[in-house]
Ligand binder design. Structure first.
Ligand SMILES: [Zn+2]
Length: 401
C-alpha cells in the first residue's frame, strides 16, 4: 500500500454575512495590493513568486503595518500566477493591453489567515481589526466528505448578488492506494461516449454530452438574439442548468468506471494525457461555443478523485495515435465508415473507441507520472499544506481568474 494525499476543492456559501460586514475594506485593500504587484511584475517581467516576494515584501509590509502579513504573501502568489497566465495568453495573442489588471473581488487566504471549524461549519478570517467570524457555512451531505480532511489554501469570493459571499477551500486527506498488480483499466473519453475496459472486456457508456451541449448552445443563442430575453438571470439559469446536468453525467460515468475497476480488482486506471483535445473532434466554427464547454479534464479529475478514494491509483499515458494504430500488430488502421476501424495487415475489425482503449492498456507508464498529473483534484506526494509554497498554489489556481 502507498499513502497518497487526495486534494479536493469545496465551495461554501456563507449564510449569514452579519459578521462579515467590514470585509469590504479587506477586499479593496487586497485588490490594491495585487494590482500594485502586477504593475511591478509587468514592468520588470517578474514571473517568479519568490523574486516578487523577495523584492516587494518589506516595502509592502511597512506600507500596510496593520494588515496581517500573510496577505502580502498571498497577494504575491496571486499576482505572480495572474501575471504568468497573462504572459501565456499574450504569447498566443489572446490578451489585450500591456499588463493584467485584477478586477475581481477575491481575497486569497492561507492557513494562517483562515481558520475553519468543520465540526461547527464555521470559519473566521484575520483582518486589520482582528479575527472576523464569517457566518455559518451552508453545507449539505455532499460536503460531509471534507470532515476528515485538512483545509489548505482558500479564497474568499464576493458573489454577484449584493452581500453574498463564498468560501472556496482546498482540502487534503490521506488515502491508501494499492500497489500495482499488473491489472489495469483504460478510459477513452469522447464527446458522446466514454469507453473503458480491461484486457478482458470493454464497455461503452453513451453520455450524449454533445447533444446536451448543442441543445443548450442553441437555446443560449436564441436568448441572445432576442434582446428582451438577453438578461442575466435567464442566461445564468440556463448556464447553471447545463453545468449541473453535465456534472451529473460525469459523476455517473466516473462511478461506473470505478465500480468496474473494483469488480475486476484493477489496481490502476489509465487515463489519456492529451495536449490538444480541440484537434480531436471535427467541428464547425459556429459550434465553437459548444466545443469550448466540453470539459474533458473535468471528467478525468472526477475519475481520478473517485478512483483514489477507493484505493485505485491513476496514471496518465501518452495518447497519441491510440485510435489509429492496430492494437494487435501495430499497423496503421483504415476507417470503415465513421466508427469502425480495420487493419489490413491482420484483419482486425473493431470500433475505434475500443481500439483506443486496447492501445491505452498497452502504453508504457512513465514512472514520473505515477503520482498523477496536476488537476483541480490532484493527488500529490504527502506534503502538509503549508501557507505559501509556490508549487501548490500554482496547481490549485482557480479557473475563474
Ligand atoms: Zn493489425
Amino acid at each position: 500500500m502507498t499513502s497518497l494525499t487526495v486534494r479536493l476543492t469545496g465551495v461554501f456559501k456563507v449564510h449569514d454575512t452579519r459578521g462579515a460586514t467590514g470585509l469590504d475594506d479587506l477586499f479593496a485593500k487586497f485588490k490594491e495590493l495585487v494590482n500594485e504587484l502586477l504593475d511591478y511584475s509587468s514592468t520588470r517581467s517578474i514571473t517568479a513568486f519568490k523574486r516578487l516576494k523577495g523584492e516587494k515584501y518589506h516595502e509592502l509590509r511597512s506600507k500596510h503595518p496593520e494588515l496581517p502579513s500573510h496577505y502580502i504573501y498571498t497577494a504575491c502568489q496571486m499576482a505572480s500566477s495572474i501575471y504568468r497566465s497573462f504572459r501565456k495568453l499574450k504569447r498566443r495573442g489572446k490578451a489585450r493591453g500591456d499588463k493584467p489588471f485584477f478586477r475581481r473581488n477575491v481575497v486569497m487566504l492561507d492557513d494562517h489567515l483562515l481558520s475553519l471549524d468543520l465540526e461547527r461549519w464555521e470559519a473566521s478570517v484575520a483582518t486589520e481589526n482582528g479575527r472576523r467570524v464569517l457566518g455559518k457555512l451552508l453545507h449539505g451531505t455532499y460536503h460531509e466528505k471534507f470532515r476528515d480532511m485538512r483545509a489548505g489554501e482558500a479564497w474568499l469570493v464576493k458573489g454577484e448578488e449584493h452581500g453574498s459571499l463564498y468560501l472556496k477551500a482546498v482540502f487534503s486527506g490521506d488515502v491508501e492506494v494499492a500497489d500495482p498488480n499488473g491489472s489495469r483499466l483504460a478510459v477513452d473519453i469522447n464527446e458522446n461516449n466514454v469507453t473503458f475496459g480491461t484486457e478482458k472486456e470493454v464497455n461503452k457508456l453513451i453520455t450524449k454530452e454533445k447533444a446536451m451541449r448543442t441543445g443548450y448552445f442553441l437555446k443560449r443563442r436564441r436568448l441572445q438574439s432576442a434582446s428582451r430575453l438577453n438578461e442575466k438571470p435567464i442566461m445564468s439559469k440556463y448556464c447553471g442548468r447545463e453545468a449541473r446536468r453535465v456534472e451529473a453525467v460525469y459523476h455517473r460515468a466516473a462511478n461506473a468506471i470505478v465500480k468496474k475497476a473494483k469488480e475486476e480488482h484493477v489496481s490502476q486506471i489509465v487515463l489519456e494525457k492529451l495536449r490538444n483535445i480541440r484537434n480531436r473532434i471535427a467541428y464547425r466554427r459556429e459550434m465553437n461555443g459548444r466545443l469550448h464547454r466540453w470539459s474533458f479534464r473535468r471528467l478525468q479529475s472526477i475519475i481520478e478523485y473517485k478512483a483514489k478514494v477507493t484505493a485505485v491509483s491513476v496514471v496518465y499515458v501518452d495518447a497519441s495515435y491510440t485510435s489509429r494504430l492496430c492494437p494487435t500488430c501495430g499497423d496503421k488502421l483504415s476507417l470503415r465508415g465513421y466508427r469502425v476501424a480495420k487493419c489490413v495487415n491482420c484483419g482486425l475489425e473493431e470500433d475505434r473507441d475500443v481500439v483506443a482503449v486496447k492501445n491505452l492498456l498497452q502504453r508504457d507508464v512513465p514512472t514520473s507520472t505515477v503520482q498523477g498529473e496536476s488537476s483541480p483534484m490532484t493527488i500529490s506526494e504527502e506534503r502538509r499544506p503549508s501557507s505559501c509554497r509556490s508549487q501548490r498554489w500554482v496547481r490549485t489556481e482557480p479557473t475563474w481568474l
